[in-house]
Every structure is written in C-alpha cells, then in structure tokens.
Design a protein around this ligand. Sequence first.
Ligand code: KIV
Length: 279
Amino acid sequence: MSSHAPAPQRRVTAPELLAMKARGEAIAMVTAYDASMARLVDAAGADIVLVGDSVGMVVQGQPDTLRVTLDDMAYHGRCVAAGLARAHLCVDMPFMSYQVSAAQALTSAGKRVQDGRAQSVKLEGGVRSAPAIRAIVEAGIPVVGHVGLTPQSVHAMGGFKVQGKDDAQAQRILDDALAVEDAGAFCIVLEMVPMELAARITERLSIPTVGIGAGPACDGQVLVYHDLLGLDARFQPRFVKRYAHLEGTVTDAVTAYVREVKARTFPTREHGWVGRSGS
Ligand code: KIV
C-alpha cells in the first residue's frame, strides 16, 4: 500500500456491539442491499447494516423471503460491503441454507464471509437452530440470532403475525432466546413480540437484543430502509415509524423528468459539451 493511501476507517466489530449493551448504549441497525444505500446509512451512523433476506420482498418483489438464495445473499453482501466505511456488516442466511445440518450451516456461513464479505451472519430459530449456531461460532464466525416472528417459517406460523401472546408461546420464545445465547451468538433480533416479553428477554440475556416490532426496551432497533423512508405507502404496519415519505418525492421527481423529456426541455445546452465540429 502506498504511504499516501488514506487509512481505512475501522469497522464496528462483534465484541464492540456486545460491549455497547454493557455500557447501556443503544444499537441502531438498518438494512441495505446495494452500495449506494450502504454508503448513506453508514454515513448516517448506523452501527450494523443488515443485508436481510427481506431483499426477496423489497427488492425482488416476492410475497415472502423463501425464494432468496445463497448466491443472492453473496451478491448483495458484496454490493453493500463496497459502500461501507464504519458499520458492521451482517448478512442473512437464507431459507434452507442452514436447516439441514450443522455442517451445512457452517459451509453456508463460511460462504457469507468469503463471498458476501460478512463480518457476522444472522439465522432464524432458537432451540432448533442452536447446533447450527454453535458450529458457526466455533469456526470463528460471529452469529446474530433471530426469534419471535421468523419470516422463513411464515407458512408454519400462518402468516406474518405477532408471536408470544399467550404464556406458553412466550415461554417458548424466552427458551429460544436463551438457547441462542447459550449457543454463542453475540446478538439477537426479536421480531414482532409483545413489549413486555421483549423487556423480559432483554433483562435475562447478556447479549444485546435488537427489536423490530418488539417495543422500546430492547437494546437496539432494526428497520428495513424502505419502511423507514416511506418508499411504499401501501405498507403501513404499526411497528414502523416513517422518517420520510419518499414514495411521493421519487414519483414527483421522475414525473417531472418524464414531462421534461417529452417536452424536450431537458437536456438543455448547459447539460452538454461543445466539440470542435460543433463550434
Ligand atoms: O431480513 C430482514 O431484513 C430482517 C430484519 C427485518 C430483521 O431479518
């Protein structure tokens, strides 16, 4: 490396995220799927950028996350890595890339690190996924767990519904979270669970909980950027806060562009070059 090359900025690590819980410092996580958005969310100060398998829904236009492949995640992982300077890069393990065996899970996780440039991987499930989590952690790859609503089980759950509303379900989710911690995960996502249950889990675990639809007591929060930026006004779930309303902004801007192209008012001479033959 040349002595004039800028020093690469240090990236947020798994041990640093773990230490944030001990300090009581909230963790901000947001999704990204390409380098342009990764650059923006990184500059905005997100601690973790998640290449979620939500890519299947918000980018690929599918009704669920089940068709996302390992190759899709490797591609989007590489794209996002290219845009990051500081944030920790976590890449999701897609459906059927870790459910078969701990050996399959380890091979898939290794690919996320090698091909997808992940610093950690996220996988769904508690007690049932503990052997997979343990195998990946023992190979030196940090793992983020994910319990509560686990979208890869959408058919078993009968839809994208709040989980843990009755005592038996709540106990199962607590057991799942404890199993994830015991297997060695350094962080866990709690999705769509009642606030009191999320608070109980957050108090019991020494690893940080990152909530989505899980209330304010979690150690951190995660949102899909399409939701927080209001890119699809048709999708209005209760757990999302819209920090912008970009669907209208984007539509208005592109409408203005189309109008100007058709009216031949864009481009004008100021958007072009003059060459010798044209002077
Ligand atoms: O795939 C995803 O974006 C996720 C988050 C919603 C946690 O799993």
